[in-house]
Design a protein around this ligand. Structure first.
Ligand SMILES: [Ca+2]
Ligand SMILES: [Ca+2]
Ligand SMILES: [Ca+2]
Length: 316
């Protein structure tokens, strides 16, 4: 990343400044289960991260261009909320747009179908999550499609960066603890490090080689197809490198993060928890994509949130 877009903060945190089929078929996002609910956080490296009180699923991979194209073709014939960024058609992207507003259609770039989508803001990712939560409806960006569901998106909430998950969420953009746990956690009793947390998202205390993750030593200098390298303990791919993945955690101000794990152009130190970035919620960059989380089983968090009513129904 260029130095002009970075401001180094304490604790080795950086800030990123603002910076092919067209048919809208239903998509399936491969998810892996992250158990060990109630695990303790890692607290010695870069704050306190990784504690998650509930079981959840997380995307096995970053959200891909193919998955994002299905979203665009469902909701962005008129791209009211700028879900498409024209840089997606460039050499780091993988999505083209044709037609004119009102009849836009979108396609993946040949050979980059399974690369992670990038040039997405947190608000794009939040709208994707709403679309997933709402059952992948077609027909435009409206309150039943992209503007409500997991995240209630109002102009005021966006401007103030105060939008958080609604109760009963089933799909969401991963938060920093969910992401961190899936990347670095492995119980010592199940073969993990002595303190249950690895230094690298490849379930190791040794930096991956350029053939084990897409980061600077790979020499690729661009995104690669997701799952081109081995999965980690929980079955997640590319938590080390490829693209950074947005977080719905609000640390302060206009930011979302922290984002851990590095991108295709980072050195090994940026794959560790010692280095992470905050990103402005509206920022869109080639190094940043996102990964989904869901709660296990249809409506299971709804059971937790709504208590005995639904739980009782489910027992019948
Ligand atoms: Ca956008
Ligand atoms: Ca450790
Ligand atoms: Ca990644």
């Amino acid at each position: 990343m260029s130095a002009t877009n970075f401001v180094r903060l304490a604790a080795a945190v950086a800030v990123i400044a603002g910076s092919c089929a067209a048919a809208s078929a239903s998509i399936t996002i491969p998810m892996v289960a992250v158990g060990n609910a109630g695990n303790l956080p890692e607290t010695t490296i870069n704050g306190s991260f990784g504690a998650v009180a509930y079981n959840y699923n997380i995307g096995a991979t970053e959200v891909t261009n193919t998955q994002y194209v299905a979203f665009l073709n469902s909701v962005a014939a008129t791209d009211t909320f700028a879900l498409y960024n024209t840089s997606m058609a460039g050499s780091f992207g993988g999505i083209t747009r044709s037609g004119s507003s009102g009849s836009y259609s979108y396609a993946t770039v040949s050979g980059r179908e399974n690369n992670p989508v990038n040039y997405v803001s947190f608000w794009d990712a939040a709208r994707f999550a709403n679309w997933m939560q709402n059952g992948q409806p077609a027909g435009g960006q409206n309150n039943g499609t992209t503007e409500d569901g997991v995240y209630t998106l109002t102009s005021g909430g966006i401007a103030a960066n105060t939008v958080t998950r609604n109760a009963g969420w089933q799909w969401a953009v991963s938060n920093s603890n969910e992401w961190y746990k899936a990347a670095y956690y492995q119980p010592a009793a199940q073969g993990g490090d002595g303190d249950n947390y690895w230094m690298y998202p490849t379930s190791s205390n040794t930096a991956p080689t350029g053939t084990q993750a897409n980061y600077l030593p790979s020499g690729i200098g661009n995104t690669t197809a997701v799952a081109s390298y081995a999965a980690n303990y929980y079955g997640c791919y590319d938590m080390a490198g490829n693209v950074y993945e947005l977080s719905d955690t609000i640390p302060a101000g206009p930011f979302r993060g922290l984002l851990f794990g590095g991108a295709y152009d980072n050195i090994a130190g940026w794959l560790t928890p010692a280095n992470a970035i905050l990103t402005i919620a509206s920022s869109e960059r080639e190094q940043i994509g996102f990964r989904m989380v869901s709660v296990p089983g249809p409506g299971s968090l709804g059971v937790l949130v709504l208590g005995g009513l639904i739980a009782g129904r489910r027992r019948r």
